[in-house]
Design a protein around this ligand. Structure first.
Ligand code: IPE
Ligand code: IPE
Ligand code: MG
Length: 240
């Protein structure tokens, strides 16, 4: 396969601004989240058209558990509803669905739905759609470090090998193992921060910030981000 380096293999989006979008319309925050699902669909379809292989979306952070209970509940219900509604289109369009994050904090019915959706789309290969739920970058690095510590403690020979591990070896302990690092990270809504997202994996990502609120971020806005990416010169510390 010919890889066009101007098209990012992996686009990741911090989907922000749903609450403000709803507030601007005098509505409850929930309406913004529901409208945001439409943007997910639009960007997923556009990603496939453009030849992007991985689209990952920050849907709910570990810190988002601190939001009011009714908002958390509404977001979880929206997730279940969206998965059920979208499954036929995932299968039709060859979309592999994955969820990454601290799934122990999700309730069991949501986890069952996620498992079913992941299992049914496991052989789809047009696009991997990765949803980060109950995720934070520090949680990811920490869970990797904890597993490594346990492995080292259980076997002295293994401990010595782990003492010499490379960055690539370490990456295999992250929850994103097997998924290439994002080439492009987009954040909507005008905030210029990563909010504890993919901290290890973003080392050489191109960052793109836009004032557009997530429910207004559709095909045209996605293409504008790709056009900006195509102009970037990725040097990785070298001289060109
Ligand atoms: C993003 O929109 C969705 C989540 C973080 C779950 P927000 O809900 O953060 O919307 P704003 O930032 O308050 O406008
Ligand atoms: C980041 O948005 C998390 C997600 C988009 C899921 P937040 O709205 O939670 O981030 P902060 O609080 O503005 O940093
Ligand atoms: Mg926000």
């Amino acid at each position: 396969m010919v890889v066009n380096s101007k098209i990012p293999v992996h686009v990741s989006i911090i989907m922000d601004g749903n609450g403000r979008w709803a507030k601007e319309r005098g509505k409850e925050r929930y309406y913004g989240h529901a409208e945001g699902v439409e943007s997910v669909r639009a960007c997923t379809e556009e990603a496939i058209r453009q030849g992007v292989r991985y689209l990952s979306l920050f849907a709910f952070s570990e810190e988002n558990w601190n939001r009011p209970e009714e908002e958390v509940k509404a977001l979880m219900e929206l997730m279940v509803k969206a998965m059920v509604n979208e499954l036929p289109s995932f299968l039709k369009n060859g979309i592999r669905f994955m969820v990454i994050g601290n799934r122990a904090r999700l309730d069991s019915s949501l986890n069952e739905q996620i498992d079913e959706c992941m299992r049914k789309t496991a052989d789809c290969s047009n696009l991997s759609l990765v949803i980060f739920m109950s995720y934070s970058g520090r949680w990811d690095v920490l869970q990797a470090a904890r597993r490594l510590a346990l492995e080292a403690a259980s076997d002295p020979a293994r401990a010595e090998a782990l003492g010499n591990m490379s960055a690539d070896d370490f990456s295999r302990y992250l929850s994103t193992s097997g998924i290439p690092d994002p080439d492009l990270i987009i954040r909507t809504s005008g905030e210029v921060r990563l909010s504890n997202y993919l901290l290890w994996q973003c080392a050489y990502s191109e960052l793109y910030f836009t004032d557009i609120l997530w429910p207004d971020f559709r095909e045209k806005e996605f293409d504008a981000a790709l056009a900006e990416y195509a102009k970037r010169d990725r040097r990785y510390g070298k001289v060109k």
